[in-house]
Design a protein around this ligand. Structure first.
Ligand SMILES: [Zn+2]
Length: 422
């Protein structure tokens, strides 16, 4: 769709979304009133900058159903995130919402190269997490054959990928690597399997990790993005050009803001991604602050799609570490580690306090067969490259293969051992 036509569609849907939220969500009406706003004030897409933001804590404060614009008897499904602190965030869908979500997941899978009749091995977790069912419904809508494997039982995953001749693998990037590792231990070469496409998401991953996964599994590794507060997976997805995630603008409005001031930033500048839903009935979301740091481009993609591209997400604001005044995302350290000689793509960052200073200990594994005598030299090499590429001094603990905990879903990259409240 030409971008001018897309903008007209977005405005029409934005106005309907604002009207729905204002009429049916008490918190939205209250915030409009205190800002002196009415739904009729949204006359252009730029007027969105006047609307108040929605943040993660709004969902917790309104637990469980306070932000819903439909009574529960009109819903078809509920999902929830297991919050590590406090109440979970609960999201709801009407049947129409589920249908739109299925369409967008099918569109995402098609953009990545999946087709009708493909066997899609779905290793995203099923349950309250939106990953498993989101991919499942999308695969069915595409006309593919879905294997609802979920996470875990990694040896069995390998056997079924081989026996069923799956062409598409859906998983978190860290779990895809765990599957690759188990396959190698069993003497199975996934590069010789039918797998050609991987849809990997639900955690930030670096370009180096993409290269590693493509080498080890023999797939085109495509990034897929989403979050349950907005819908679930399929809010944006890369096409076969792998040059950034196409954000599905007929269903969402994307902005990038300065996380400090809240001001909208011009295209191409890095900041926090803010998303407004344009078609959601049960849980319309106005200017939701994702805390993901990225930038947008409307430059035409080689695939011909006109939808905006969300460039590789560096990390989530919450995951950012401030080490002696330097802002660091785990994915930056990952790009230094993955692909270095002797280093396996399994790592954890331990943040500790030494006296009044914060220290990062990088626990990383060597590849099988690396002699222990080389560990000190490898450690010095890694430490040197982190210092020269990111500017922070770290302690590097080089460890034997298999010692870093393996992911079954979303990887735990950081263990923060600093005293709480300090
Ligand atoms: Zn494209």
């Amino acid at each position: 769709m030409p971008r001018e036509q897309l903008a007209r569609l977005q405005l029409e849907r934005l106005q309907a979304t604002v009207a729905n939220a204002y009429a049916n969500v008490a918190l939205v009406r209250q915030r409009f009133e205190s800002a002196g706003l009415r739904p009729a004030d949204i006359r252009s897409l730029d007027d969105i900058a006047h609307l108040p933001f929605t943040v993660k804590t709004d969902l917790r404060d309104q637990y469980p159903f306070g932000l819903f614009a439909r009574p529960t008897q009109d819903l078809a499904r509920l999902h929830a995130s297991s919050g590590t602190t406090g109440k979970p965030t609960v999201v709801g869908y009407t049947l129409q919402d589920i249908s739109n979500w299925s369409d967008l997941m099918a569109r995402s899978m098609h953009a990545a190269g999946a087709r009708r009749g493909d066997i899609i091995h779905n290793a995203y977790g099923y349950g309250l997490f939106t990953g498993g069912l989101g991919a499942h419904y999308g695969a069915e809508r595409l006309g593919a054959v879905v294997v609802p494997m979920s996470g875990g039982s990694t040896e069995r995953q390998v056997a079924l990928i081989m026996d069923f001749k799956a062409r598409v693998l859906c998983a978190t990037p860290s779990y895809a690597l765990a599957i690759a590792e188990v396959a190698e231990q069993q003497g199975v070469d996934l590069r010789q399997s039918n797998l050609q496409i991987g849809l990997f998401g639900a955690e930030p991953w670096s370009a180096a990790m993409r290269h590693e996964i493509e080498e080890r599994i023999g797939v085109k590794a495509v990034d897929i993005y989403g979050l349950s507060e907005i819908m679930g997976p399929g809010v944006a997805c890369e096409c076969e050009c792998q040059e950034g995630l196409h954000g599905w603008e007929d269903n969402f409005l994307f902005e990038v803001i300065d996380p400090e001031t809240g001001k909208v930033l011009p295209e191409g500048q890095a900041g926090e991604l803010v998303i407004t839903t344009l078609t959601k009935q049960a849980l319309p979301m106005l200017r939701y602050r994702t805390r993901d740091i990225t930038k947008l481009t409307t430059q035409r993609c080689d695939c011909g799609r006109t939808h905006v591209r969300i460039l590789r997400i560096t990390g989530r604001n919450d995951d950012m570490l401030i080490i002696r005044g330097v802002n660091v995302y785990p994915s930056q350290i990952e790009s230094v580690l993955v692909g270095r000689p002797h280093i396996a793509p399994h790592y954890q960052l331990i943040v500790e306090r030494e006296g009044s200073l914060d220290n990062v200990r990088v626990e990383v594994e060597v590849l099988p067969g690396t002699p222990e005598a080389q560990f000190p030299a490898i450690s010095r090499d890694v430490r040197h490259h982190i210092k020269s590429m990111i500017g922070i001094t770290t302690t590097v603990a080089v460890q034997a293969p298999g010692t870093v905990p393996r992911s079954q879903g979303k990887a735990v990259r950081v263990r923060d051992l600093r005293p709480k409240g300090a």
